[in-house]
Design a binder for this molecule. Structure first.
Ligand code: HEM
Length: 102
């Protein structure tokens, strides 16, 4: 028997990430309030994101390399592109605008 996790299901979960879970809105990571419930909510979101690398015996050995690469990619891409909502339907692609177009 094989058991798997649907990362798409987990990372698009509205109960974890809010009603707009499918929207690209990175600022959601900066909006935590005070109090125990908010701390728990942040913890839950971070846990779900960590789980894309799996855990324990089945964790990705390249996770730290991936983190370094992702940190670099976002900076490099930001030099060329402006971040913004795409005009495509979720999962069907959107349109990226070069800085000179925006
Ligand atoms: C965002 C980027 C990445 C994600 C989400 C990711 C996720 C995963 C996942 C879920 C597994 C399967 C773990 C399992 O079930 O056994 C895995 C395996 C693996 N990953 Fe990554 N990974 C990423 C980047 C990388 C990078 C950058 C490297 C190398 C530098 C790497 C090297 C490996 C290797 C060698 C395995 C196989 C481990 C094994 O079967 O023993 N990964 N990764």
């Amino acid at each position: 028997m094989q058991i798997g996790i649907s990362h798409r299901g987990k990372t698009y979960s509205t109960s974890t990430f809010g009603a707009d879970a499918t929207v690209f809105r990175p600022e959601r990571w900066l909006e935590f309030g005070n109090g125990e419930a908010e701390r728990e909510r942040e913890k839950q979101m971070r846990t779900v994101v960590e789980e894309v690398f799996m855990s324990g015996k089945w964790t990705c050995p390249g996770r730290e390399v991936a983190r370094v690469e992702l940190g670099k990619v976002f900076v490099e891409v930001s030099f060329v592109f402006s971040w913004g909502g795409g005009n495509g339907e979720l999962g069907k692609g959107g349109k990226w605008k070069g800085k000179e177009e925006s």
